[in-house]
Design a protein around this ligand. Structure first.
Ligand code: HEC
Ligand code: HEC
Ligand code: HEC
Ligand code: HEC
Ligand code: HEC
Length: 445
């Protein structure tokens, strides 16, 4: 080969490499893999008699307590939520988003007949004569969790229900359909899949339910200890030993094939749907049932319940210095805290304030999952809180200074401002709130 030929080859290869990277930077980005579990909407061709529609308002005629709770939750707003709507438009109104946010076929204007591409991002659509716009506005409605193959699924299976019922082995099976999203692809290096709540639990040793959880579920005051309790105890209403699910394997890929025993150990329902004794229908006999609350990042009380936080003077300060220590521990969530979309994060601020509240010194830490999106998706680092692993932050100040107080503030953020700007969304409601704030005066008068 002469030099001229080699130069030509070199230039061609260089152009190919540059084009590849340019494409990686501008291509539309699909952050998850469309898996079989949610590639199509849920089939509702048979509505079980005596029901006429699948609307929550119809279930409400008999199950009013459940309806009243569900109506206050983000599940009921999974479609109308203005943040979702803005994000969905930004993502070119992808059809697959609907299969979790409005998962019933009747909630969607179009039927999915098949797919044009192997990745299943490009469905073949046809008009849907059964489309029900009212049902669409109910988002993750009752039937999204309760209707399978023309039957209502529930954990009892022996009630006098007028509609056909199929018994569920474990109520946590219901959550997995939408709260597990795979991320494995040749160009994707997620350590934990996007919205990896389930993988986070299986990856955290001893994250299953404990005595503390049960006290939490029963509404007892939180035990004041940040250490792992001795022995996990089985839950009252599910007499099974919560064995540790396999650990490492889960992170790398097998989380999509969670086995039934793993699902039992997840505890989603135990923490997010507290037990209550009440009739299932107006005038029915009281049973042990679960409240339909699903609180999470949108509820400051839920986030606070997951955290134990203290802020104190340090006992080991160096001469001429005063140290203050903030300790934050995830005591109430089996998954990481925060969990959910990688948008969610906590900030910890430690400040020295003057007598007018002006900031003299400040340290800010962010507890967040940081992902590089382009040119490849790579999980860079993760500073969120694993269960029962206390995190300490320290502020040291000189003994002689003009400060009046030290202050610690912990805030929860639903989403980063930067992202809101990018998708062009302005929220009416605050998207961040305090979960802890404490001041310590420096002078004792
Ligand atoms: C006409 C009244 C009525 C309507 C409408 C109705 N249900 Fe029921 N449902 C009942 C009765 C009665 C029971 C049994 C209660 C009992 O025995 O304590 C029941 C039981 C249930 C159970 C428990 C089943 C089990 O075995 O665990 C679930 C879950 C349920 N209904 C969901 C729904 C949903 C979802 C809808 C709407 C799509 C709905 N129901 C509509 C009357 C109704
Ligand atoms: C049909 C899909 C689907 C199923 C099944 C489902 N979820 Fe969800 N869930 C969603 C979607 C979508 C959202 C987010 C809605 C939004 O913010 O727009 C959500 C949000 C949540 C939240 C967050 C609340 C907040 O404040 O942000 C919790 C907690 C939750 N789900 C728990 C559960 C549990 C527990 C189960 C099982 C009993 C379950 N989900 C089953 C789709 C589902
Ligand atoms: C996000 C999923 C989800 C949605 C949405 C949902 N449910 Fe449930 N529901 C469950 C699960 C899981 C159980 C089983 C809880 C258990 O272990 O007892 C349940 C149980 C029930 C029961 C039986 C009593 C009990 O607690 O076991 C009734 C009745 C019921 N749901 C009615 C409704 C109605 C009515 C709606 C809509 C207004 C609704 N559900 C929406 C997940 C859901
Ligand atoms: C031991 C109790 C516990 C268990 C078990 C648990 N959670 Fe949570 N969960 C919490 C607490 C506390 C929060 C609030 C703090 C946070 O956001 O991490 C929360 C928050 C959430 C959120 C809100 C995230 C957001 O975007 O706002 C989702 C979604 C969620 N959990 C889903 C699940 C699912 C799915 C499971 C089962 C695979 C599960 N949780 C198991 C306690 C629990
Ligand atoms: C496999 C089911 C699934 C699919 C597919 C899905 N989502 Fe979600 N989405 C969820 C769940 C579950 C939550 C809430 C829990 C969490 O924070 O992870 C959520 C939360 C969200 C939120 C946060 C809402 C809030 O209140 O802060 C936005 C925005 C969102 N999804 C947009 C989308 C868009 C856009 C798509 C399509 C590109 C999509 N989702 C596809 C399940 C899904």
């Amino acid at each position: 080969m002469d030099i001229k030929n080699r130069t030509v080859i070199f230039i061609i290869v260089l152009i190919a490499i540059i084009s590849f990277f340019v494409w990686r930077f501008i291509r539309p980005m699909n952050i998850y893999v469309v898996s079989e579990a949610f590639e199509r909407p849920i089939d509702t061709s048979t509505i079980p008699a005596p029901l006429r529609t699948l609307r929550a308002t119809e279930c409400a005629t008999c199950h009013s307590d459940f309806y009243d709770e569900w109506r206050t939750t983000i599940h009921s707003q999974a479609w109308t939520d203005p943040y979702f709507q803005a994000d969905w438009k930004f993502e070119n109104k992808q059809q697959t988003c609907k299969n979790c946010h409005i998962p019933l076929d009747r909630q969607q204007e179009h039927k999915v007949l098949g797919f044009r591409d192997k990745e299943k991002w490009d469905p073949i659509l046809a008009p849907n004569p059964q489309f029900d716009p009212k049902l669409q506005h109910e988002g993750v409605t009752c039937a999204a969790c309760h209707l399978r193959e023309g039957k209502i699924v529930g954990v009892y299976g022996d009630t006098q229900a007028p509609h056909p019922v199929r018994k569920l082995d474990d109520p946590n099976q219901v959550c997995v359909r939408c709260h597990v999203v795979k991320g494995e692809r040749w160009d994707t290096f997620f350590r934990i899949p996007p919205c990896g709540t389930v993988a986070e639990i299986t990856a955290t040793k001893n994250a299953h339910l404990s005595r503390q959880d049960i006290d939490l579920l029963l509404g007892a005051p939180k035990i004041n200890t940040a250490t792992k309790p001795d022995q996990p105890v089985p839950l009252i209403e599910t007499p099974q030993t919560p064995e540790s699910p396999p650990v490492d394997k889960e992170i790398t890929g097998a989380y999509s094939e969670i086995t039934a025993s793993n699902i039992k150990g997840l505890g989603c329902v135990q923490c997010h749907m507290p037990l209550v004794k009440r009739p299932l229908v107006v005038g029915g006999k009281p049973r042990l049932a679960r409240r339909h609350l699903w609180r999470g990042g949108h509820d400051p009380e839920m986030v606070k319940r997951g955290l134990e936080i203290s802020f104190q003077a340090a006992s080991d300060s160096a001469p001429g210095k005063r140290g203050f220590i903030l300790t934050v521990t995830n005591v109430g969530a089996a998954h990481y805290l925060p969990t959910g979309t990688p948008d969610r994060h906590l900030t910890v601020s430690l400040r020295l304030l003057d007598k007018d509240g002006g900031v003299l010194k400040q340290e800010i830490h962010t507890l967040k999952r940081t992902i590089m999106w382009r040119p490849f998706i790579v999980d860079l680092w993760d500073t969120r809180l694993l269960r029962w692993q206390p995190r300490r932050y320290r502020l040291d100040i000189p003994e002689k200074q003009n400060g009046e107080t030290v202050e610690a503030v912990v805030r929860y953020h639903l989403v980063a401002e930067k992202r809101l700007k990018r998708i062009g969304y302005k929220s009416e409601e605050p998207l961040a709130y305090d979960v802890f704030r404490k001041q310590i005066p420096l002078r004792i008068n």
